[in-house]
Design a protein around this ligand. Structure first.
Ligand code: TRP
Ligand code: ZN
Length: 464
């Protein structure tokens, strides 16, 4: 997108800006180093909204060297004299804004960019960052590993909650979603697999370049890149929805039966939740990563080994809840995990296993034997950043949904699940948005006790 028309040529911009300031005219201020997330205050940045990431990467596994050019297109939400991007590790070379060299400096995860002239409010601008170096693995507050993970045959990039800043500069907070074009060059023989659709693949002089596109808005923590030796399979699910799976050869046999059921899970989920929200699907199975968790990376979840049905169902459920409807902040994590966990219960109920009621009852009666911290904090208020992936968020979050179902009945509950996914499709929502939505859908029902005791209340709630 073009920058908006300037009143004066760039060379005279500084004195003119001063003159405007002197007579009370508009001038920019710095954008801010975070969006005040209650758990990750430095994540994301103020003053702009990213619409598109164009990333060109080149990775040499043996040298553990990443070379990147990130072209970030954004719209200013206020007049900006400077703005920040989040980036950890790596060396920054040149930065340009609107094609002009910009000044920059770094402090921690903040890359502050000072364009030669202020950016107007509502102006669409384009910043290009050239960078390189050895990308880092990030250890989360809860001890899990993300960011750039080296594997025996390549690398795996994962971003929940803050790891994406280890491989590209951006507005790394789930509230700012954007489309992506990713061009990755790796040594011939290796593959690069990402979100969305593979647009082209070309080998020249011993290097292969893969071009991936994600057209639907994506939160940056859901971006992934897997480099390595993968068995690729392409098929289609309903109406020709492309299914692209990349499986570590060591996990091929073990994952065949479960992965063959992707179309069936999607059909079932579409009946329960409404249309699948993205233009392709699939999985990445990468044993080499050794991370111990799966992640719902958009359109193509990552598994650290052959998944079982429950885990496949969980990560595909996130495509509706988490990926299409994304949390407004990391406090709203239960809107991801409570829904994905409840989907496991629904799948079991619909396939002749325990009913969701039975799962709820067993958890209520002796859940703390399996999840010792189950009653230690409410789903909508994790104690701190180290607790956003704990049992109260997942299990007790699912129990909140079951309480809603019992209050409104199965049919209205189905409408709420589908309606919520449709209403907030490709957007963001927080807990208050959800409770308001439920109340709106079921006028005359009383949810106060559920919200007060189950969603926000400390301690183990009364069963009824
Ligand atoms: N959000 C992932 C899922 O539910 C799991 C996950 C990602 C996780 N990072 C984590 C779990 C860190 C524990 C710790 O599918
Ligand atoms: Zn999950």
């Amino acid at each position: 997108m073009a920058r908006s028309v300037r009143l004066v040529p760039a060379l005279t911009a500084v004195p003119v800006a001063l003159a405007l300031t002197a007579c009370g005219g508009v001038h920019g201020t710095p954008g801010g180093s975070g969006v005040r997330d209650p758990y990750f205050p430095k994540a994301g940045n103020g003053g702009y909204d990213v619409t598109h990431y164009g990333l060109r990467l080149d990775y040499d596994r043996d040298a553990h060297h990443l070379t990147g050019t990130a072209t970030v297109t954004a719209r200013a939400t206020k007049a900006l004299s400077a703005f920040n991007l989040d980036l950890v590790g790596l060396d920054v070379g040149k930065v340009t804004v609107g094609g002009e060299t910009a000044r920059w400096n770094r402090a921690g995860q903040e890359l502050t960019v000072r364009p030669g002239e202020d950016i107007d409010r509502d102006e669409t601008f384009r910043v290009t960052v050239h960078y390189s170096g050895a990308p880092e693995t990030v250890t989360d507050p809860d001890g899990s590993q993300e960011g750039w993970l080296r594997t025996s045959d390549g690398a795996l990039a994962l971003g929940e909650p803050t790891g994406s800043m280890a491989w590209f500069p951006g507005n790394h907070h789930p509230s700012d979603k954007a489309s992506y074009d990713l061009t990755v060059t790796v040594p011939q023989g290796l593959r690069a697999v990402s979100n969305g659709e593979l647009r082209s693949e070309r080998t020249e002089r011993g290097r292969t370049t893969f071009v991936w596109r994600t057209a639907e808005p994506m939160a940056s923590y859901l971006a992934t890149l897997a480099i390595g030796d993968f068995g690729i399979s392409r098929s289609t699910a309903r109406d020709g929805l492309p299914v692209y799976t990349a499986v570590d050869p060591a996990e091929k046999e073990g994952s065949r039966a479960v992965l063959a059921r992707i179309p069936e899970v999607l059909r079932w989920a579409e009946r329960r939740f409404g249309p699948y929200p993205f233009s392709s699907t699939g999985v990445i199975v990468d044993r080499a990563a050794d991370i111990g968790y799966a992640l719902e990376t958009q359109s193509r979840p990552v598994f650290p080994g052959a998944p079982d049905m429950t885990l496949l169902v969980h990560e595909l459920a996130h495509q509706w809840y988490g990926d299409s409807v994304s949390p407004e902040s990391w406090r709203d994590m239960w809107l991801n995990e409570g829904f994905a966990t409840y989907t496991e219960w629904l799948w079991e109920e619909d396939h002749g296993d325990e009913t969701a009621q039975e799962t709820f009852d067993a958890l209520y009666d002796h859940g703390e034997k399996t999840y010792e911290d189950l009653w230690s904090f409410p789903p909508a208020k994790p104690v701190d950043a180290a607790h956003i992936s704990r049992a109260p968020v997942y299990r007790r979050g699912a129990m909140v949904l079951h309480k809603i179902r019992r209050t409104v009945g199965d049919e209205a509950f189905g409408d709420i699940l589908r309606g919520w996914a449709a209403d907030r499709r490709h957007g963001n929502a927080d807990t208050a948005d959800f409770t308001a939505y439920v109340e709106e859908q079921a006028p005359g029902k009383d949810f106060d006790g559920i919200w007060e005791d189950w969603l926000y209340g400390e301690g183990k709630p009364e069963r009824a």
